[in-house]
Design a binder for this molecule. Structure first.
Ligand code: CA
Length: 124
């Protein structure tokens, strides 16, 4: 009986969103979930602006990362779950890590570590 309760206690709720944002590089630290096509007018939640250091995107989806609330800022980056990114007007294969059916990206690669404040999560 004791073992049964321990298993329930340890079970983590599965992360089901298509885009995930982390406070630390390499999907470390606290996570913020964003479902695709929801929150179309999306500024990062309180306590998350200028805090995100890595992003994971599911295959078949992409995230658009903005420096400032209201989809503003000079450095807008598109990161695709397929491992592609579009940044500074150049398409590239990012070298992001393929994991859990998607790709994770460290934002320092784009000069956006701890700098994004608004995001979109969309289907490719
Ligand atoms: Ca951070």
């Amino acid at each position: 009986m004791k073992r049964f309760f321990l298993l329930i206690f340890l079970a983590q709720p599965a992360l089901s969103a298509e885009c995930l944002y982390y406070k630390e590089p390499n999907r470390g630290g606290t996570v913020l979930e964003q479902k695709a096509n929801q929150n179309a007018d999306y500024n990062l939640a309180s306590g998350w602006g200028d805090q995100v250091s890595s992003v994971w995107v599911k295959d078949g989806y992409y995230a658009v990362l903005f420096e400032h609330p209201g989809f503003r800022g000079s450095n807008t980056v598109y990161v695709y779950g397929s491992g592609l990114s579009f940044a500074k007007n150049v398409w590239q294969r990012t070298g992001g890590s393929t994991v859990n059916g998607g790709t994770s990206f460290n934002l320092d690669r784009f000069g956006l570590d701890n700098l994004i404040s608004a995001t979109l999560c969309l289907k490719e």
